[in-house]
Design a protein around this ligand. Sequence first.
Ligand code: PHE
Length: 379
Amino acid sequence: MSAPNKSYDPVEVEALKPEQIERMRDEALAAFEAAGDLEALQEAKVAHTGGGSPLALANREIGALPPQAKAEAGKRVGQARGAVNKALAARQSALEEERDARVLVEEAVDVTLPYDREPAGARHPLTTFMERVADVFVAMGYEVAEGPEAEAEWFNFDALNFLPDHPARQMQDTFFVEGTTPEGKPTEGDESGVVLRTHTSPVQARALLEREAPVYIVCPGRVYRTDELDATHSPVFHQIELLAVDEGLTMADLKGTLDHMVQSLFGPDMKTRLRPNYFPFTEPSAEMDMLCYVCKGASVGDPDRPCRTCSSEGWIELGGCGMVNPRVLVACGVDPEKYSGFAFGFGIERMLMFRHNVEDMRDMFEGDVRFTRPFGMEI
Ligand code: PHE
């Protein structure tokens, strides 16, 4: 800073010349005007009003002037700084207003949108369909029965007359659950005696042991087999099991019950047919087919009317059925001289697939709402 000097002429101090002060003021005003947003204005503010700005530096020079020059220079610099601060404040509030208006538009919330129209969750079509099937039987007086998915091998196989060497028990079909031996060691392979149930038929044995005959139960549930996941197989799937045990039941009752079920689910002109088969727990046993609900059999032998649903077979395979094997009744404490019974079981995924033209079973397990939404929002 210059030392006080009585003969010092203020106009000789370059920074305090009127045109220099005006230039500094005008540069500051131009910089504020040019600032397009609050950030740029903050930079201009530091540059033109901060401690290192030309006007602040000029202000410091005033102290070095002789007294008579101080007042004049002080007034000039003071007026320039006043004008700069005023312009800064005006630009600041203009830019703030602009920002507020923009934020209001950009971040607008439409408070008039209905708040209660968010899509509600829905149960999976497999669940609702399984219950619809079960309801057909509940309406006829059947009770819904359940059993565990991790099931004793005895219920899954032995009680149902599967001999110890029956191929269905093998590791390649059945998931064996690990357990501990009486000595506390982990079991190996198939020695735990616990399996993930391979069908819903063990619930037949459980129901007969739990209840007094007559017994009428329907059992929807999840079952497991060591199948690879592909378009028509899954290691986890669902079945519906039906069991009726009473005095005097015959295969005609089985046939009539099956016909009633397919008529309830697919329409009044539906029917079923039985083909001989073998299951250890029914005797006699049959495969059950239902009439193709699309072509009603008309596609058979008519190349002009091919049917994709039944591959022009006229019939669709549903599952297995038969008269309860007396050996099962005996294993479950029911007198086979007094009581007879029928049972059937079929896969829900397969039925849902052909009922709704689903081509890939995996679509049912992936949880993608684009698959489930067309089934509606039933809960
Ligand atoms: N449990 C058999 C299966 O999974 C189906 C069946 C049930 C057969 C009841 C006869 C009686 O293949």
